[in-house]
Structures are given as structure tokens and as C-alpha cells.
Design a protein around this ligand. Structure first.
Ligand code: HSE
Length: 442
């Protein structure tokens, strides 16, 4: 007996939709041998009908109304590739209500509204799959949810935004300032025309929020994430970090600590010798530390047509295999059974513990360093390393100020905030103190 093909409806056939269509067609026999049935794109909804028809030819019905796909009883799975959390949210909920399984690459939607969407899917007995939402083609959802299922996961840290990693790589390689590197990223098509979500860390925070939920069995809580992008980073800090043996990466970090869960995105000093510090250009990488397995690392393309399609199709194959199973036999979307979620609190940033890189522009006078280190000592913050350049080297001949760079050991962010306020108030500290968090990832 041959099993009937799994019929797919694509909502949106832009870059990822085209990749999904092309790869499904190109690798159809291989995918069918794995899935046990054919997976076919039967219907496509896109406002640009002409573009959609160019991509799919006569092989699928093309419409400009997404609801026509959802209403079609022959469609088993709706693949949402519209993006955003307005119309996309409505359509996903409508597809679930219509009894369709849903595959989405939409991290923003799930990071903000995941709890509602997963609950609706569970109530209706359908699957919502989202491998493509985090780190594109890297199967990190599969790893967190299935491969590492034996582990008590302790932390996850990842380069999960290719645009910012490209910008940081260019800044380090070529000594460029942020604005120049951003323009290059835009010219090369890495950054969007409006790159705000990338450079402000929001896109990475959406992905970190999803990984946090899957690592620790907590609800998705984007509103609790601390988010800091790379727009304030200077070429000088990248250079100083390098001199101290570190690279600066925009990391999405989530950690289990005794008092709760840390969930944060910010530029981070990482030891240059770590593999993840050497992930360059638009590539992504995610480290996961589990108590049994130790530290693991996943690397690959975090965006792009076929890498993202690779993840979308992996979800389609899961659905082809599991859609007939009872919901209790399927892998829970957030790795933990929905009735076994934890209420561990996501900690405010002031309660996060990490180590720090501080850069102070100071008057080149006797006693300045002593006063600064005195404030840190009074706060109980231990210094790991200090770097001071000659004033001439920093500000040119005859300069009367210089940079002091301090690396600290671990301390609580609230303690550091207080110490920074005291240091900032010193008349010999001449500019806003630069603070970048540091992680050893060991
Ligand atoms: N804009 C993202 C990035 C890709 O630069 O990595 C999609 O999440």
C-alpha cells in the first residue's frame, strides 16, 4: 500500500519558500526514502503571483490569499514564511484551528506568542515545528530537544545572528568602525535595509528565548530577556580585547543558576582560543553544556535560502512520520511535556553574575588608577587583568589622557552597576565607561 503524499501549503514563497520548493523537488526520492511518503508542495499563497508562478510552474496551485490554503481540506501542513507577528500570528492560529500542522521559521512570532500557539496546537492535536527559527540550517532544535534529552542542560551560548557576526568580523579584520561595517553588510545583502532587529540584538534574543525554553522547560519569555546590541561597540574595544586574548562576539546566552535562569544577549568577550571565538563572517554557532555530555558545539549557516529550507524540510519529514501518532507520542515542541513545565524565574539583569571588561578614559595623573581600583576593591570586585597604554599611543603626541582597561572576575551585575556609578563620578574619568561582559565558556 502506498501512503498518500503529505500535501504542503506554503504561505509566502520568497527566499526560504523558493529554497524549500527547490530542495523538496531536487531531493524528492531521497526525502521520500526517509519520510516514508512523498512530500509535495500542493499550494502556494503569495501576493506576488507572477513570482510564485515563476518558481513553481504548474506543479502547485498559486493564490494570493493565504486563507484559501488554510481552507483547503487537501492541505496537511501549512508552512508559514511570512514573518512578523501580526498577520502571521492570525494565520498560524487559523491554520491550527483548521486542523493543519504548522511549520514556521518565525522566531519573533514564537518568542512572543509561543505559549498561546503551542497551547492551541496541543488542544487541536496538531504539530507546530520550528527548526528553521533558530540558527537557520543548524539542527539545534533537534539537538536540544532530542539529542541531548538525557542531560540536565546547564547553559547555552550562541552566535545566532549572522549579520552582526559579519559586522564584528569586519570590524576586527579591517579595523573598521561599526557604521562602515554595517554599510558593507548591507551592500553585500547580509543586513536588511532596516537592520534594527539584527544590530540591536532583538533577533538573537528571539532565538535565545526559544532555546532557553527548550533547555530548561520554562515558558517562552521574550519580555524577560536582557537585550543589548552591537551599535555602541568601538573598534578600540575590539583591538584591546584582542591584545588581552579575547574576541568580541554578540552572544545569546541562557544559563541555569541556583536562583533561576539567565537569559541575555549582549556583546561578549570570549577567549580567542575557543572554537566559537573563531566563527567568522555570517556563520552561526551554538554551544550547549549538559551535565552528562559536557560541552558540545554546533556550527553552520544561520540564514539563506537552502540552509533554512533544510531545516523547514526536516520539520516536514518529522510531520510526515509522526502526524499519525497520538500527540502524546510526539516530541513536545518545547522539549518538556507541556504539563511538566518549570516555573523557574528568569532573573533580572542586575542579578546576573558574569565577569567584565571595563574601559575607562582617564586623565594621565598620579593616583587615578589607585582610586579606580579602590572602588572595585570596596565593592568586593576582584581584578583579573589591567592594561594601560601610554597616553601618546592612545591620543597622539602630548595627549594628557589615556585608556585603562580592566578585566574583572565574576561579580553580580548590580554590584558592578554601583561600582561603575562611583567610578564614573570621579573627575579624572573623562568619558562614559565602556562595559562589555565576558564569558570563559569553559
Ligand atoms: N537576520 C538573521 C541573521 C537571519 O542575520 O542571522 C534570520 O534569522
Amino acid at each position: 500500500m502506498t501512503i498518500k503524499p503529505l500535501q504542503i501549503g506554503l504561505l509566502g514563497i520568497g527566499t526560504v519558500g523558493k529554497g524549500t520548493f527547490d530542495v523538496l523537488l531536487r531531493n524528492a526520492p531521497e526525502i521520500q526514502r526517509r519520510a516514508g511518503r512523498l512530500i509535495t508542495v500542493a499550494m502556494v499563497a503569495d501576493l506576488d503571483i507572477a513570482r510564485a508562478k515563476t518558481t513553481v510552474g504548474d506543479s502547485a496551485v498559486v493564490v494570493n490569499d493565504a486563507r484559501a490554503v488554510i481552507a483547503n481540506p487537501a492541505i496537511d501542513v501549512v508552512v508559514e514564511l511570512i514573518g512578523g507577528y501580526g498577520l502571521a500570528k492570525t494565520l498560524v492560529l487559523e491554520a491550527i484551528a483548521a486542523g493543519k500542522h504548522v511549520v514556521t521559521a518565525n522566531k519573533a512570532l514564537l518568542a512572543l506568542h509561543g505559549s498561546e500557539i503551542f497551547a492551541a496546537a496541543q488542544a487541536r492535536g496538531v504539530m507546530v515545528a520550528f527548526e528553521a527559527a533558530v540558527a537557520g540550517g543548524i539542527p539545534i532544535i533537534k539537538a536540544l530537544r532530542e539529542g541531548l534529552t538525557a542531560n540536565r542542560i546547564q547553559w547555552v551560548a550562541g552566535i545566532i545572528n549572522g549579520t552582526t557576526n559579519f559586522i564584528l568580523s569586519e570590524m576586527r579584520d579591517k579595523g573598521l568602525d561599526f557604521d562602515v561595517a554595517l554599510k558593507q553588510a548591507q551592500a553585500l545583502g547580509y543586513a536588511e535595509a532596516d537592520p534594527t532587529f539584527d544590530i540591536e540584538g532583538v533577533d538573537a534574543a528571539h532565538k535565545a528565548t526559544l532555546m532557553s525554553a527548550m533547555a530548561f522547560g520554562i515558558p517562552v519569555q521574550f519580555d524577560k530577556a536582557y537585550v543589548e546590541g552591537i551599535t555602541q561597540l568601538g573598534a578600540a574595544d575590539i583591538k584591546y580585547a584582542e591584545q588581552l586574548g579575547y574576541r568580541i562576539k554578540l552572544l545569546g546566552i541562557t544559563k541555569r543558576v541556583p536562583s533561576g535562569i539567565e537569559l541575555r544577549v549582549h556583546p561578549t568577550l570570549v577567549p580567542a582560543k575557543r572554537l566559537i571565538a573563531n566563527v567568522e563572517g555570517a556563520m552561526n554557532a551554538v554551544m550547549v553544556h549538559g551535565d552528562a555530555v559536557g560541552t558540545t558545539l554546533y556550527y553552520g549557516k544561520g540564514a539563506g535560502s537552502e540552509p533554512t529550507a533544510s531545516a523547514v524540510i526536516a520539520d516536514l519529514v518529522d510531520i510526515a512520520r509522526l502526524s499519525q501518532a497520538s500527540p502524546a507520542q510526539r516530541v513536545p515542541p518545547l522539549a518538556f511535556q507541556p504539563d511538566a513545565m518549570s516555573d523557574l524565574a528568569v532573573l533580572p539583569m542586575s542579578e546576573v553574575t558574569t565577569s567584565y571588561y571595563l574601559r575607562l578614559r582617564v586623565a594621565d595623573q598620579a593616583g587615578v588608577l589607585a582610586r579606580v581600583t579602590g572602588i572595585l576593591a570596596d565593592a568586593g570586585i576582584s581584578i583579573d587583568a589591567v592594561l594601560q597604554r601610554e597616553a601618546d599611543e592612545v591620543g597622539g603626541e602630548g595627549a594628557t589622557s589615556t585608556d585603562v582597561i580592566i578585566l574583572t572576575h565574576d561579580t553580580q551585575e548590580g554590584t558592578m552597576n554601583n561600582a561603575m556609578a562611583l567610578m564614573q563620578a570621579l573627575p579624572t574619568v573623562l568619558a562614559a565607561i565602556v562595559r562589555i561582559r565576558k564569558e570563559e565558556l569553559s
